[in-house]
Design a protein around this ligand. Structure first.
Ligand SMILES: Nc1ncnc2c1ncn2[C@@H]1O[C@H](COP(=O)(O)OP(=O)(O)O)[C@@H](O)[C@H]1O
Ligand SMILES: [Mg+2]
Length: 598
């Protein structure tokens, strides 16, 4: 979508406030011309040329204009504040909604720092461009009116002074490009110097061993010389441009003085006209210079719009300004909590011919078929890299499937990403994300629940002893990403958060990577003995595999075996391998014993 169409659509979102803002700002800017005009009339009075009004009336008019401009200023600032925040909120909420709905593989190629920049700076850049429309329109009207007035007074002089102003401003624009280039060169040169300092520090030992101190210093001097050369050039040019820019109106006034010296003497150009020309010129050159910045700001807004769209490649660019609610005052709307409906009660989840491949890679999952029944535990197992996490994420819609279908109670789910959410389904990732808040806040995520329910959940997640041992119990602040907790505690807080949702299906990724054997065992006993859960879990632990109603053995993204433990221990080499490799268990079991125990 082209940036101007984007801006037009954005503007229409708060059309009348925008029109008010635009008119107020144009009037605010153009009214100063009135002041200039009156001042020139005062001079006319003083020189006794013509006498329309008394000085007092003219002064009162100036005061009136000043008061009018103050009022307009308030209107401008207030309406712009409304527009600025409403537009930003619209863009950002659209962006956020679609980012969270985006294929994970596409989002994760950007760091969170980059994403934040897109959110903050790129949204701002688009609004800056819009602001430029307002400023530019005002500058345009101002210039037009001023030049017309000047032209009616003396067309010749007006033409003559506009030419040097234009030339200077064009030159300034031309050299501005050069300044930009020099600026980026100087940044590179500085980067080379600081980069070299970093490398020199980290290789002190190697430098000493090779007796290369002198060479290192020489190279450092050389890099610095280059940096100095470019910096001086760049600073010099910048100062020159600033000088030309700020003095362009003075130069024009000088030109007028030379031109009108004789006309002033013979009276065809009055002192009042001279005053009018000089006051208008200062601002006309400012306005022309302001309009000259248009191209650069437009380019930067275009780049920003592109970056925002790149973050949500699955969506149409126009969705970025889809109109919706923005909440600028009062309390925020309550978070919508989904009620569990009859059809949400899980009977079966059926997965047919599910396929997914990471972009530009042969990794993924292939031809996955499986069924989860209410109240059952399905354990996904397999070697590292066999596709266990991928499988869970495709089911959850965090990665978008290439083909296949997922059915919930026999109805096909079109968009797993929006369907597999509480209270239907909840998930604990392999690496849980916690906030640097209290354990309570991390589990509740803003919900209010009865204490009894919270205690139940803490017990189910095998967290109650850990909490008792913490100084502030459940109100302990856990530090950045849970720094104050052990890996196992982080995992269990995340599990508690998941259980808090009271979902029909719980999905656990790689539960055994952070939990010890006993805790994992306790977790399953409590979950299945004390609640009616349906679980899909990645684990390789013996007690978990023993408890499983079905085991899915993954190998290179495909199901290599599926069934109960005792059958698979006979039939699946892959499972045997996993079973016997796991020495991390207190009661080593033999295949025979498993068979007997059942
Ligand atoms: N974003 C990605 N792009 C390409 N390959 C990936 C990506 N993420 C994971 N993989 C690869 O896919 C395979 C399965 O990964 P994963 O599901 O995480 O394995 P597991 O959870 O069984 O250890 C691995 O070979 C892994 O390296
Ligand atoms: Mg994994």
């Amino acid at each position: 979508m082209n940036i101007n169409r984007f801006i037009l659509r954005l503007v229409s979102f708060r059309k009348w406030v925008f029109v008010l803002n635009l008119l107020a700002f144009i009037l605010f800017s153009t009214l100063t011309l009135g002041t200039g005009y009156i001042v020139s009339r005062i001079f006319q009075n003083l020189t006794g040329d013509i006498n329309y009004f008394g000085i007092n009336v003219l002064l009162a008019l100036i005061l009136g204009i000043a008061i009018g401009r103050i009022i307009l200023n308030v209107v401008c600032v207030y309406s712009w504040a409304i527009l600025n925040f409403a537009y930003l909120a619209l863009i950002r909420s659209n962006l956020l909604k679609r980012m969270t709905n985006q294929k994970k593989s596409k989002l994760s190629s950007k760091s969170s720092g980059e994403l934040l920049n897109v959110f903050r700076d790129d949204a701002n850049a688009v609004i800056d461009y819009l602001e430029y429309w307002v400023d530019g329109s005002a500058a345009f009207v101002y210039t037009l009116v001023a030049l017309t007035v000047m032209f009616t007074i003396d067309p010749m002089i007006t033409m003559v002074i506009i030419i040097p102003i234009t030339i200077i401003l064009v030159l300034v624009k031309y050299y501005n490009k050069k300044v930009e280039r020099l600026y980026s060169e100087s940044r590179e040169a500085t980067g080379a110097v600081t980069g070299f300092i970093g490398e020199a520090f980290s290789t002190v030992h190697a430098v000493k061993v090779a007796s290369a101190e002198k060479n290192i210093v020489d190279h450092f001097v050389k890099l610095n010389e280059e940096r100095k050369r470019i910096s001086i050039k760049s600073t010099m040019l910048q100062s020159l441009i600033r000088t030309a820019n700020t003095n362009v109106s003075d130069i024009a006034i000088g030109v007028i003085l030379m031109l009108v010296a004789s006309s002033l003497r013979n009276g065809t150009f009055s002192v009042a006209d001279f005053v009018l020309f000089t006051t208008y010129l200062v601002q006309v050159s400012g306005s022309i210079s302001e309009m000259g910045g248009f191209a650069a700001i437009k380019k930067s807004a275009e780049a920003s719009l592109k970056r925002m769209n790149q973050v949500i490649p699955d969506h149409h660019p126009g969705e970025l300004i889809e109109y919706g609610d923005v909440f600028m005052s009062g309390s925020l709307p309550p978070v919508v909590e989904l009620d569990k409906k009859q059809e949400d009660i899980l009977e079966t989840v059926e997965i047919n011919e599910l396929n997914f491949q990471y972009p530009n890679s042969t990794n993924g999952i292939k031809n996955i078929n499986l069924t989860l029944k209410r109240g059952s535990l399905t354990v996904v197992t397999g070697q590292i890299g066999s596709g266990k996490s991928t499988l869970l994420q495709v089911v959850l819609g965090l990665l978008r499937k290439d083909s296949g279908e997922i059915k919930w109670n026999n109805s096909v789910i079109d968009d797993p990403n929006t369907f597999f959410i509480p209270p239907r389904c909840a998930y604990t990732p392999q690496v849980p994300n916690l906030f640097s808040e209290t354990i309570r806040d991390n589990i509740l995520l803003g919900q209010t629940v009865e204490d009894e329910k919270l205690q139940d959940v803490l017990r189910l997640a095998v967290l109650e002893k850990d909490i008792d041992n913490l100084e502030n119990g459940i109100n302990t602040v856990i530090g950045a990403r849970g720094a104050k907790l052990s890996g196992g505690q982080i995992q269990r807080v995340s599990i508690a958060r998941m259980l808090m949702t009271n979902s029909e299906l719980y999905i656990f990724d790689d539960i055994s990577s952070a939990l010890d054997l006993e805790t994992e065992q306790t977790l399953w006993s409590r979950l299945f003995d004390e609640s009616d859960s349906t679980c899909l879990a990645v684990s390789h632990r013996k007690p978990t595999l023993q408890r499983a109603d079905q085991i899915i053995v993954l190998k290179e993204g495909e199901i290599s075996a599926i069934g109960k433990l005792e059958d698979l221990l006979h039939s699946s080499e892959e499972l045997k391998h996993i079973w016997f490799k796991d020495h991390n268990t207190t009661n080593e079991m033999k295949i025979k014993e498993v068979g007997e125990s059942d």
